[in-house]
Design a protein around this ligand. Sequence first.
Ligand SMILES: [Zn+2]
Length: 168
Amino acid sequence: MIPLRCAGCGAGLEIDEGMKVFACAYCGISQQVERRGGTVSLKRLETVVNSVNLSTQRIASELALPRLERELQDVERERSRLLEAAQKEAKPGMGWVVVVCLAFVALGVYELFKWNLGWVSVWFILAYFSGSLLHQGPEVAKRINNTADAKARRIKEQLAAHRDNLDA
Ligand SMILES: [Zn+2]
């Protein structure tokens, strides 16, 4: 028999040599008997369970960190690949769009000098619409960046949560 104090209510308890887990006769709290070297102590079972959870969480976080860092690198690689592809695709057509747009402007100005206002508006409207094609390149890039940013943000949030776990 070893005399000990309850980890819950502090009552004096006597436990048998082989006991590992028991409930206090006074307050009913479950506790674990910890034997380290020559000393014996009691630990409330819920905190034992919590620390087990904590260590499995730590292990999960340690495994998750390198995986998430790889995922983050993949997102950035994918971003530059898509941007490069979009740029390549956009370049050959855009020179012609500029030429056509300027031609419409020139025609508009020409008709303006002749005071054919109906034609002036037609050419300027066409110039406006062909000119708006020039914005599509940046639009595509913006969409690619937005998607990549959103993915990266989610991964970074997870990374931060796991780092907090490890710091705790
Ligand atoms: Zn007790």
